[in-house]
Design a binder for this molecule. Structure first.
Ligand SMILES: N[C@@H](CCC(=O)N[C@@H](CS)C(=O)NCC(=O)O)C(=O)O
Length: 244
């Protein structure tokens, strides 16, 4: 049995979308038990969580006796365990995996930092936020321009086939309004965001931990709760306290 400990956040959605895309492709993934981790309460630092993921971040997946941490590693693990079009298993995998790593090493951290400085650090003086906001915004825009060129006139990131590269990238890019990263200069990226969103597996994957009427438009209450949770996670005190 697969156990997924996750939250409704970009890194969490990667895995819920993956599971739903596999099901959509006709794969029997067996029983999947989902536990929604309350990051605001600090459940990621509890002993049972740390025993599965010493890095104290969602998502973390247990398959039988094996724990897999890191969202992109989980995507690759599931893609290899359940062969489908989501990842070629021959040499063609190298058309896809570098873009998954590119997401993990670049888009996630840069979009995440831009988001934190834009939404979650309002108690930090505007003057102190100015430089990191400009830096992370410019780098995020550069990454979007790379994505635009990679997409070219193809429907999906790696060509004609929807793959785990699309799954890894989409949850971060779809949040461009929340993170205030203006992707509208790149119509091909905008069209790709809509194309991914239209997939039934993506629709279901985005629904883990979020009511269906809030998948695209969060309520004011959810925005406030997310901002509060983000602020507590992003605070320097929280980071200091989690150093062991
Ligand atoms: N590189 C990790 C990043 C995971 C990550 O940053 N997860 C966030 C939510 S999107 C988290 O658990 N944050 C809680 C914390 O930092 O305390 C992955 O891709 O799995």
């Amino acid at each position: 049995m697969i156990e997924l400990w996750t939250s409704p956040t970009p890194n969490g959605w990667k895995v819920s979308i993956m599971l739903e895309e596999l099901i959509e492709a006709g794969t029997d993934v067996g029983e999947v038990e989902i536990r929604v981790i309350d990051l605001m309460k600090g459940e990621q630092f509890a002993d049972d969580f740390v025993a599965r993921n010493p890095n104290s971040k969602i998502p973390t997946l247990r398959d039988g006796e094996r724990d897999i941490i890191e969202s992109c590693a989980i995507l690759q693990y599931l893609a290899e365990k359940y062969p489908s079009d989501l990842l070629p298993l021959d040499i063609g995998k190298w058309d896809v995996l570098p873009w998954v790593y590119w997401q993990a090493a670049n888009v996630g951290p840069i979009f995440g930092n831009k988001l934190s400085y834009t939404r979650y650090m309002e108690d930090v003086a505007a003057e102190e936020r100015r430089h990191p906001i400009e830096r992370f915004n410019n780098e995020a825009l550069r990454l979007v321009s790379v994505l635009d060129r990679k997409l070219g006139d193809n429907p999906w990131v790696c060509g004609d086939t929807f793959t785990i590269a699309d799954i890894a990238l989409y949850p971060w890019v779809r949040g461009w309004k929340w993170s205030k990263i203006n992707i509208t200069t790149w119509p091909r990226v905008m069209a790709w965001v809509e194309r991914v969103r239209a997939r039934p597996g993506v629709e279901r994957g985005l629904g883990y931990g979020v009511p269906s009427d809030e998948i695209d438009q969060w309520s004011e209450e959810r925005k406030a709760k997310t901002a509060k949770s983000g602020a507590s996670i992003a605070s320097n005190d929280n980071l200091k306290n989690s150093i062991q």
